[in-house]
Design a protein around this ligand. Structure first.
Ligand code: GRF
Length: 210
């Protein structure tokens, strides 16, 4: 059973999807900690409701960058966390964490990376950019996290066709639905040691699209 930390900043619908997949027994994991920069976000309320430990790390509580970094790393190490899942976390991860958890940090992005990613491409901005560029497809990407926003090795993507009367809002809804299926499936695979890394090539054993 893998010990998981989830990093959130907002609504937490992906966090809830992961939680539900653990509860139903689909994912062999345990959410040990929820880390957030936003003490008022819905994701944190959800964690509180289900008595999951939370750690709030922001400028108000930890004005010094070094303190932010060390409190997060120490908490992860104390709990012997095996996997970090970013789920709508709006901060860049400190370098010390990226280094200590290489190939153990996942993120989901609401677009087909490497396009429409990077700093500034979050939430509705991604969908607006996709539609304005005339793309015919969009989707969701799960990737390992490195020190650059939305940059680490891609694990898997799921693609959907953009319909003729698509709006950023309709696309956001459709892609979020995909995320809620795709992200738990990748986390399940990680927890079952089915993700095989060979340089830049990543394969999920037993994955239907491989
Ligand atoms: C999702 O669209 C995810 O792809 C992105 O941030 C959003 C988080 O949504 N990284 P939620 O908080 O999980 O509802």
């Amino acid at each position: 059973m893998k010990k998981i930390a989830i990093f959130v900043s907002g609504g937490g619908s992906n966090f809830k999807a992961i939680f539900n997949n653990i509860e139903s027994g689909n994912i062999d994991g345990l959410i040990e900690l929820v880390v957030t920069n936003n003490p008022n976000c819905n994701a944190k309320k959800f964690a509180n409701k289900y008595r999951i430990s939370t750690l709030v790390v922001n400028d108000y509580r930890y004005p010094r960058k070094e303190d932010k970094e060390s409190i997060i790393l120490e908490s992860l190490q104390d709990l012997e966390i095996d996997l970090i899942c970013l789920a709508g976390y709006m901060k860049i991860l400190p370098k010390n964490i990226v280094k200590s958890y290489e190939n153990k940090i996942l993120n989901i992005h609401p677009g087909l990376l490497p396009r429409f990613g990077g700093k500034g491409f979050f939430g509705m901005k991604v969908h607006e950019a996709v539609i304005n560029s005339g793309e015919r497809f969009s989707g969701a990407t799960v990737h390992f996290v490195d020190e650059i926003y939305d940059h680490g090795p891609i694990i898997t993507q799921r693609k959907i066709a953009i319909s003729d009367n698509e709006t950023p809002e309709s696309l956001a809804i459709r892609i979020l639905e995909i995320e809620h299926e795709l992200y738990p499936e990748v986390i399940k695979a990680f927890c079952e040691d089915r993700i095989v890394i060979n340089g830049k090539q990543i394969k999920i054993m037993g994955w239907y699209e491989n």
